[in-house]
Ligand binder design. Structure first.
Ligand code: C2E
Ligand code: MG
Ligand code: MG
Length: 310
């Protein structure tokens, strides 16, 4: 049983050394305007045998073998280096989110962020670090201390998989978090019963009250999309809008230039206000979360999903 694990460890170490890991990008969309508003970088590893290893598996291997710092720093650098090329051509600022493991919440990662920003020229305010709710809450005092230091570099913080951990409201109000990522399980449950829907509606309001953006993860169906828009959820990502894809394809999914998608109908009709709101995204998100169901129902969505999926 131990042998395959050791084998995975040594192969992962080799992949890191030879830089054969890859990063894919999943697009994120603003639900009011239909415009791309960001991407999430997701690490990918294909073994020399051709077998794809899921991140949930190799991230655990990296954590156990103490390779997570090297892997995390590589993903951060690689994603920022790739995205800086898009950003320089962008009409609108968009966010690049990078996942950070619980074990990376330390001062070494502070140096990795600082170094990466300097070497790649990626704008700090467009970089977002995603940490799971459970990782943050597990060691709250230390998390707050490190997150505050990271934020001094100008980066944003997102709480990933929100709703799956302890969801401590007092902790949430103390953490310097810019965006809540509503977990896929809550998005799935939302359409099943009244209580599931109430939870999502509450998280959307909570985000607005706490001046945090809210993005729904794992959006897979039109029904979920409609419901999120009815609730005034500002942003979403999921297979319906675009799977994780290569850097080249994600630029196409987001529009020809970074953040500059074809104008949806709603934006043409009454989009001037929303367009100006996009400049100040935190203000925009709280305004959108109070959008009426009627308004949301008429906020036209962009191209259909098959056009966004590679
Ligand atoms: P996550 O950060 O919550 O990322 C979202 C996961 O959900 C991704 O899985 C993505 O491919 C998947 N996903 C997106 N939309 C949908 C959808 O509509 N339906 C379904 N069923 N799934 C969807 P992936 O790429 O397998 O990553 C799994 C987890 O591995 C991530 O969850 C994250 O926690 C971790 N991970 C991935 N890359 C990295 C990394 O570079 N560093 C660290 N520390 N963790 C990473
Ligand atoms: Mg994530
Ligand atoms: Mg997540």
């Amino acid at each position: 049983m131990d042998e395959p694990v050791n084998l995975l460890e040594s192969e992962l170490a080799e992949a890191l050394r030879l830089r054969t890991l890859r990063v894919e990008f999943q697009p994120q969309f603003d639900l009011a305007s239909g415009r791309g508003c960001g991407v999430e970088a997701l690490a990918r590893w294909v073994r020399s045998t051709g077998e794809i290893v899921a991140p949930s598996v190799f991230i655990r291997v990296a954590e156990r073998a103490e390779m997570i710092h090297a892997l995390g720093a590589w993903v951060l650098h690689s994603a920022c280096a790739t995205a800086s090329a898009w950003c320089s051509r962008a009409a609108q600022p968009t966010t690049l989110s990078v996942n950070v493991s619980a074990l990376q919440i330390d001062e070494f990662f502070f140096s990795a962020i600082e170094r990466t920003l300097e070497q790649t020229g990626f704008p700090a305010k467009q970089l977002e670090l995603e940490i799971t709710e459970s990782a943050l809450i597990a060691n709250l005092a230390l998390s707050i201390e490190h997150l505050k230091a990271w934020k001094q570099l100008g980066v944003r913080i997102a709480m990933d998989d929100f709703g799956t951990g302890h969801s401590s409201l007092s902790s949430l109000s103390r953490l310097p978090v810019d965006r809540l990522k509503l977990d896929r399980s809550l998005v799935q449950r939302m359409t099943l019963d009244r209580k599931g829907a109430a939870v999502v509606r509450l998280v959307v309001s909570l985000g607005a009250e706490l001046d945090m953006e809210v993005i729904a993860e794992g959006l897979e169906t039109e029904e979920q999309l409609q419901m999120l828009r009815d609730f005034g959820c500002p942003q979403a990502q999921g297979y319906l809008l675009g799977r994780p894809m290569t850097a080249e394809l994600v630029q196409v999914a987001l529009g020809k230039t970074w953040g500059n998608r074809a104008m949806p109908l709603r934006a043409r009709v009454g989009g001037a206000v929303r367009e100006s709101q996009r400049i100040d995204r935190s203000a925009a998100s709280s305004k959108r979360s109070t959008m009426s169901a009627h308004e949301a129902a008429h906020a036209t969505i962009w191209h259909r999903a098959p056009m966004l999926n590679p």
